[in-house]
Design a protein around this ligand. Structure first.
Ligand SMILES: Cc1cc2nc3c(=O)[nH]c(=O)nc-3n(C[C@H](O)[C@H](O)[C@H](O)COP(=O)(O)OP(=O)(O)OC[C@H]3O[C@@H](n4cnc5c(N)ncnc54)[C@H](O)[C@@H]3O)c2cc1C
Length: 317
């Protein structure tokens, strides 16, 4: 089986859930190894990578400068010379890392993939494009494939025979870059799970009339993140980091609940590829119902408290 390298994403030193999804996908393509750029991982993180199938964790020791995509691509390139496939999470920065690495190695690259499989010895990826109105299957004809996958498109499952991952240090010469990182300061994270990675997103629009109490409560009870339409963020009802859509964050959760959102094309472009879409709206002709798997015509003030109460009952029973 050929080597499939997975670039590890971390937050505060901990491996993120989308990395485990990428490792789960990598197991279907070959033998996964994880690539960790930065200070060596804590033993607990090494163990978690092993649980999801990484046989080896290749550490490229590097400082904050390796966050610049040109440097990250060089570090990743040094650690993946034997890999037939490189998988990473499709973040804003990684899309540049993926394309730079492809350019340097002659690999074929697909970003924003929703999955990948081996067909006749080639990697084929799935994508939803043009505001999720088309599904595209792409075959990577080059010998090496680089695939950036969207969060929540593969379910993270622990390996059947999870073992301890071996730590291997890899040296890399990082190039001089035209940008230099001067300082990195964490911005206080918006409440709960980050929007782009959340398995459940509950979004509120103009129909909330500025009161997000019920939307937050439903998101909380479902363990999800809070999203919003642009009208709601423009009104200043909720901060712009919560905006979902063409000019906001693209989300692909397993469950997307649109509360008091009409379903304008600009909003749909950022959420239409979600697994199951539920909409609550007083207007039965709201365009959001055209793409909803489950629609409730009703006032948020009536519907959401009932939904929250039933979920609590269900959990208790
Ligand atoms: C270039 C451009 C880029 C854009 N990018 C984005 C983007 O990224 N994301 C985005 O969201 N928008 C974006 N927009 C704006 C977009 O076109 C819409 O204007 C916006 O999405 C509408 O927000 P909304 O659905 O909250 O409001 P509305 O369209 O006003 O809809 C509110 C809905 O709430 C329902 N409602 C009202 N009261 C209740 C109630 N009590 N209970 C239940 N339902 C109720 C109404 O029936 C209605 O359907 C963009 C626009 C442009 C021009």
């Amino acid at each position: 089986m050929s080597t499939v390298a997975v670039l590890v994403e971390t937050r505060s030193g901990e491996v993120t859930q989308p990395t485990f999804e990428a490792l789960t996908l990598a197991r279907t393509l070959g033998t996964p190894v994880a690539v960790w750029i930065g200070a060596a991982p804590e033993p607990a993180e090494l163990a978690r990578l092993g649980v999801y199938g990484a046989e080896e964790v290749r550490v490229v020791p590097a400082g904050d400068d390796a966050r610049v995509p040109a440097a990250a691509a060089a570090a990743l390139g040094a650690a993946t010379q034997d890999a037939a496939v490189v998988v990473m999470v499709s973040t804003f920065v990684n899309k540049e890392v993926a394309t730079r690495l492809a350019l340097a190695t002659g690999a074929g690259v697909v970003v924003d993939a929703a999955g990948a499989e081996l067909v006749d010895g080639h990697v084929e990826t799935l994508q939803t494009v043009f505001a999720a109105t088309w599904n595209v299957r792409t075959r990577i004809a080059a010998e090496r494939a680089i695939v950036a996958v969207r969060p929540n498109t593969t379910q993270a499952i622990a390996g059947e025979t999870p073992g301890a991952a071996t730590l291997v240090e890899v040296g890399a010469e990082l190039p001089e870059t035209r940008e230099a990182i001067v300082a990195i300061e964490p911005v206080p994270a918006p409440e709960g799970v980050p929007l782009a990675e959340a398995p459940v997103v509950v979004s509120g629009g103009r129909g909330t009339n500025g009161d997000y109490t019920l939307v937050r409560e439903l998101a909380d009870v479902l363990g999800g993140a809070v999203g919003a339409s642009r009208d709601a963020t423009d009104e200043g009802w909720i901060s712009h980091e919560h905006m979902v859509g063409q000019t906001g964050t693209t989300v692909t959760p397993a469950l997307y609940v649109a509360c008091g959102i009409s379903g304008a094309v600009h909003h749909r472009g950022g959420m239409q590829a979600s697994g199951t879409v539920v909409a609550v709206n007083i207007d039965p002709d709201a365009p959001i119902f055209e793409i909803a798997d489950f629609g409730v015509v009703g006032d948020l003030g009536d519907v959401l408290p009932q939904a929250i109460a039933r979920i609590h009952e269900h959990r208790a029973g």
